[in-house]
Design a protein around this ligand. Structure first.
Ligand SMILES: [Zn+2]
Length: 314
């Protein structure tokens, strides 16, 4: 019975995940960054206590996936865009003190990658890359069941690798990084820049809406989707060329419209990755669905404290 905590920019979810990777309980609260870390921590404790009551068992460990940067070695929260005032707080030590069990934290992309590698349809793949595409692009690299880390346990920021130096500026320092070109907001702002003044769907041009308009035959939406597919494909082709993984697993809100980009992605990989056996890299959708982040958070505990533990689902 692992307590799982998913800390995001807009909401914090918590629940209990069993040894087969099944989510037994889940609840969530708004992140409410301005109310402070103590307020959010108190809400997490309440949710986990309630979860223990619902399954009538005590937690045996706690895993946390959080929007980054976080410091897995110390358990501290870094300089996170969404909650800058929480820097230096330590949910790992705080939860260990309250629940008297081992706890561990990872960047949420690494957590979701661990979930897919441990309990997903592509579990036990030696080299698995998880890519989540939504308001940002998060990438987790799992090699031989372990999270790949940079120096100081750092999380490589593959969402910010350079795709097109003539692209839009990003807060990372690059202009034209992957995230500036291929996220939902990137698609929205590009479409806003090409539509004529009297365009009838100018308001509420969300990524979801653009996908709907494409299916209805809208030419501007179609151009935006084609551009999105191209940039998604270029970034993924780079990952194939750089790592030649067994699998690249795709998740995040944009993958709900995966039928609009998958063909283009396969074509770009086939056209660009001639020096590696690209056809051996399986590019597929994530298998853990809506609870992927919570399941991944639970897997963070196994990764740290019981690397070979936990049954494999399916
Ligand atoms: Zn960037």
């Amino acid at each position: 019975m692992i307590g799982a905590v998913d800390i995001g920019g807009t909401k914090i979810a918590a629940g209990i995940v069993d040894a087969e990777g099944r989510v037994l309980t889940r609840s969530q609260v708004p992140t409410n960054a301005d109310a402070g870390y103590r307020n959010a921590f108190h809400a997490v404790v309440q949710m986990l206590r309630q979860a223990e009551k619902e399954v009538d068992q005590k937690l045996t460990g706690i895993g946390i996936g959080s929007t980054g940067p976080v410091y897995p070695l110390t358990g501290e929260i870094g300089d996170v865009n969404f909650f800058p005032n929480w820097k230096g707080e330590n949910p790992v030590k705080d939860l260990e003190r309250v629940f008297q069990v081992g706890a561990a934290i990872e960047n949420d992309a690494d957590a979701a990658a661990l979930g897919e590698a441990g309990w997903g349809a592509r579990r036990n793949k030696t080299r698995l890359i998880y890519v989540t595409v939504g308001t940002g692009i998060g990438v987790g690299l799992i090699f031989d069941g372990k999270v790949y880390r940079g120096v100081d346990y750092s999380h490589p920021e593959i969402g910010h690798h350079l795709i097109d130096p003539s692209g839009p500026p990003c807060y990372c320092g690059f202009s034209g990084c992957w995230e500036s070109l291929a996220t939902g907001p990137a698609m929205e702002s590009w479409m806003a820049s090409i539509i004529p003044p009297g365009y009838q769907h100018r308001e509420n041009l969300t990524a979801k809406k653009i996908c709907e308009l494409t299916r209805a035959g809208d030419e501007f939406a179609l151009r935006s989707v084609e551009r999105e597919a191209r940039y998604l494909g270029l970034g993924l082709a780079n990952l194939v060329t750089l790592y030649v993984p067994d699998a690249i697993v795709l998740g995040g809100s944009l993958m709900k419209s995966s039928d609009l980009w998958m063909d283009a992605i396969y074509k770009i990989i086939a056209a660009s990755c001639h020096f590696v056996p690209y056809e051996r890299t399986e590019v597929a959708l994530a298998s853990l669905g809506e609870d992927a982040n919570l399941i991944g958070a639970a897997r963070v505990w196994y990764h740290r404290f019981a690397p070979s533990g936990g049954s494999h689902a399916g």
